[in-house]
Design a protein around this ligand. Sequence first.
Ligand SMILES: O=c1[nH]c(=O)n([C@H]2C[C@H](O)[C@@H](COP(=O)(O)O)O2)cc1CO
Ligand SMILES: [Zn+2]
Length: 159
Amino acid sequence: MKRTDYINWDEYFMGIALLTAMRSKDPNSQVGACIVSPENKILSLGYNGMPIGCSDDEMPWEREGDPLDTKYMYVCHAELNAILNSAHNNLKGARVYVTLFPCNECTKAIIQSGIAEVVYYGDKYHDSDSSVAARFMFKKAGVKLTAYTPTGRRAELEL
Ligand SMILES: O=c1[nH]c(=O)n([C@H]2C[C@H](O)[C@@H](COP(=O)(O)O)O2)cc1CO
Ligand SMILES: [Zn+2]
């Protein structure tokens, strides 16, 4: 008989998004994204990080101060990285699992790429203008928003 305590698809893909986020060098928010086809095949992964060639050690990770000395001017968001990393895949009808609700800029890229559903875990900036604008665009574009419901299942990996 088959084993029954296997993880379900949502746990699997959100788990991979969470593991991917662990690659982030951001001291405050580590974000992961996992794009999945309607057939449940993984199309792309991404996490928030500095653009290629911009050394993590030479770029600022500050949140405040002169804008040019903060990370916000430079960091590439997890969702954008996942979309850009999937250059050879058609994302029409795909789902994206994100560990944090997308910002308004990533929302534009998600919509334009044809992604049909966003499954999000955290939503700590729910009341920010960025999140309000993101929800507004997702609604207009008919992109489904699904809050991930944690199952309590724990995954321990010896790495
Ligand atoms: O959807 C997102 N995806 C994403 O990758 N990020 C990244 C950008 C920054 O590196 C970090 C946000 O930083 P902070 O929480 O310190 O403001 O998370 C942030 C958001 C939402 O704002
Ligand atoms: Zn973003």
